[in-house]
Write a protein that binds this ligand. Structure first.
Ligand code: AMP
Length: 194
């Protein structure tokens, strides 16, 4: 693995634990020589991640849509900042560059980005690890919901299991290093047309 993409809040959240975990992840990525790929903003947890990875000597690649750069939200001190035309282009560029995906606490943007890489993984479009850095149980309700989706027959257990979760950046990255993507059909019940 050379580069890890991190999805995370453009807000800092209410608990100082979110900032602390963000700093710990940025430093751990740099310590391992893994480049950080993220949305390129200087605000919220996003800015904190970039600052902490850079401060620890890491490489940080930001990918930001033109519209957000124009709002002067782009981080100006990154190793590289790529400006793209749209949110769709940004997600494609981040997905292409990264060898794995981590979601720190965040809001709708973070959820949307995480769900996209997970749905692509369950279709077998990529075999890269996806994980939650679950700070203070922030993602427990999402995990409960995903278990519910399995119980109700909408998600395969093997696809639910693709989403790794750990409160420790080092432990999560260790699990990424040994991750093997499952080869399971997407369908819980085989469609009649297949
Ligand atoms: P949210 O979780 O809603 O705060 O959104 C954060 C995620 O969406 C990040 O991973 C970004 O890729 C993207 N995003 C949302 N807001 C911004 C912003 N102001 N600047 C750059 N990226 C953003």
């Amino acid at each position: 693995m050379r580069r890890i993409c991190v999805f995370l809040g453009s807000n800092p959240g209410t608990s100082p634990a979110y900032l602390a975990a963000t700093r710990a992840l940025g430093a751990e990525l740099a310590r391992r020589g893994l480049a950080t790929v993220y949305g390129g903003a200087k605000v919220g947890l996003m800015g904190e991640l970039a600052d902490s990875a850079l401060a620890a000597g890491g490489e940080v690649i930001g990918i930001i849509p033109e519209a957000l750069r124009d709002k002067e939200l782009a981080h100006q001190g990154l190793t590289s900042l790529k400006v793209v035309a749209s949110m769709h282009e940004r997600k494609a560029a981040m997905a292409d560059l990264a060898d794995g995906f981590i979601a720190l606490p965040g809001g709708l943007g973070t959820l949307e980005e995480l769900c996209e890489v997970l749905t692509w993984a369950q279709l077998g479009f990529h075999k890269k690890p996806c994980g939650l850095l679950d700070v203070g149980g922030y993602y427990a309700p999402l995990c409960t919901f995903l278990d519910h989706a399995v119980a109700e027959g909408f998600v395969m257990p093997a696809h639910r299991a693709m989403l790794l979760s750990d409160p420790s950046p080092a432990a999560l990255l260790d699990r990424f290093a040994s991750y093997q993507a499952p080869t399971v059909t997407k369908w819980v019940t085989k469609p009649q047309a297949l």
